[in-house]
Design a binder for this molecule. Sequence first.
Ligand code: NAP
Length: 496
Amino acid sequence: MNPTLYINGVWRNSSNGGRHEVRSPHDGSLVASVAQASIDDVMEAIAAARACFDSGVYSSWSWTQRSALVSKIADLLERDASIVAKKESDDTGKRLIEAEYDVADVVATFRHFAALGLVEQDHVVDVGIEHVTSRIVHEPVGVCSLIGPWNYPLLQIAWKVAPALVAGCSFILKPSELTPQSAIHLIKLIEEAGTPAGVANLILGPGSVVGNALTTDPRVDLVSFTGGLTTGKTIMVGAAPTVKKLALELGGKNPHIIFADADLDAAIDNAVTGVFLHSGQVCSAGTRLIVERSIHDRVVKEIVRRAADIRMGGPADLTAETGPLISESHLKTVEKYVAAGIAEGAKLLIGGKRSERPEHAHGWYFLPTVFDGCNTSMHCVQEESFGPVMTIEVFDTEAQAIAIGNDTIFGLSGGVWSRDTDKAARVAGALRHGTIWVNDYGPYRPQAEWGGYKQSGIGRELGSHGLGEYLEIKHIWTNNSPSRSGWFHDAVGGES
Ligand code: NAP
């Protein structure tokens, strides 16, 4: 049996012999068998990370040394890009070419944080006293539990692992049970790059068991989590008794607004990509299309035509444009969501069911789905399906478009299309979401912060703030000319 847990620099199997089978979302075939950690394994991994951090064996490395390590990991990822992409594609069912794009983004993430580690973080502040030096220094936050989802498995954990390493933290990584293979390979590369034992630890297993232990243990200083809102709330509760630092990247229900004066050809094309890419399993998917009334019929007709034409297929299908949902249980969730939408009066224009093509019979393929006649009181407008489902709402005025776009508990991302640059800038400014695309939808770069307003999360990944999450800030006040405080009276006075 391949040992797939990595604890204190050693590859091993679970202490209780637990295993987990990873199955292809495309056809249900066996993709991998991996170890499933016991609670004892989790305890050992946390102990290793804690001891490693407290010993200073890595946290005392200079910023330059840590940046060089992260840069080396980027090189190794680039060397193994095709191996990693294949594993990612097998686990997620996404096309190989999409997985290759994802791995390129992972490399860019490691390079970004390696470069950021060379930028001076510390500084001196002027406190207005000549004989006082006041320094602000940044130190690693400590032991981190890093927990990732299954939709972009390696990319989402790269956003955590790279800054944690640059900052000098030790960590325990837990990818989704459904998609562990790329994380296993990443840890192998981290080991190959020369990372000291105990810095990087890998635990595999169900979130409700091992994830719970990783987010409640008093020895953990920070939890960085990407996943669903419900799990995020559970983690907040579990982290509260020991006041852990939290970085949460949660769900989104993202408004995509098209004004009548937009470049409609580009807007419609991006609207289709924005919601059906990766079959809607994207936190920033533009699931809520919000269209100016005068162009509604034209836009809807075109979207339905394009949705009907989308080619679905598995990892090796070179003609496919999108793939299956991740699991049977997720497919059932999307089916229920669609049934609820129909029950509450949304008008189903296309899709709404599993693909009936024989080549999809053993996988979790759900057809691109469009609901018209929607409004913000509907569950299908308010709740994340995380599937290929678009809802369409209409507006008459700019103010209405903004109000509809903000009428959600989420605040991850949104888009606005208009040729009127002032209007587009006003709407972008008024939308309470962490990323707004103007006359575009979807691109991001590691240099720019990513994260959510409202219940889409806490904190930011990427950019420079994405490193800041893994740093404590210390103020060191040095009096270069010591004297008595003189606050309390001193009956004796004089020198001690
Ligand atoms: P999920 O069910 O919340 O799971 C995410 C991770 O948390 C998995 O590794 C899971 O383990 C683990 N987990 C589950 N219960 C846990 C617990 N009680 N304590 C600790 N960990 C626990 O989410 P998902 O279905 O994988 O991912 C889809 C969600 O992620 C969507 O809501 C999407 O919007 C969000 N997402 C957000 C972003 C962003 O940047 N904001 C990016 C990507 C995805 P197991 O699944 O292995 O049991």
